[in-house]
Design a protein around this ligand. Structure first.
Ligand SMILES: [Zn+2]
Length: 69
């Protein structure tokens, strides 16, 4: 039994993979669970987004300055 692409179900390992390879479908080097076609279509896995810390509220300082007036 060969492994199949999780997305399109194309055989990427085993005997049937040889036939799919003729059609241009191969096991992706980056994502072994997917074929090269689906891997190129899919977006990069888990893009790292750097979360910025929330800015400190300036309301405290502004409210105190108002009290002085
Ligand atoms: Zn696929």
């Amino acid at each position: 039994m060969g492994q199949k692409c999780r997305k399109c179900g194309a055989p990427i390992t085993g005997f049937w993979a040889k036939l799919s390879a003729i059609a241009g479908v191969k096991q992706s080097a980056n994502n072994p669970d997917y074929c090269n076609a689906c891997d190129s279509q899919s977006a990069p896995i888990a893009p790292v987004v750097k979360a910025e810390p929330p800015a400190e509220p300036k309301d405290l300082f502004e409210s105190e300055s108002e009290k002085e007036e």
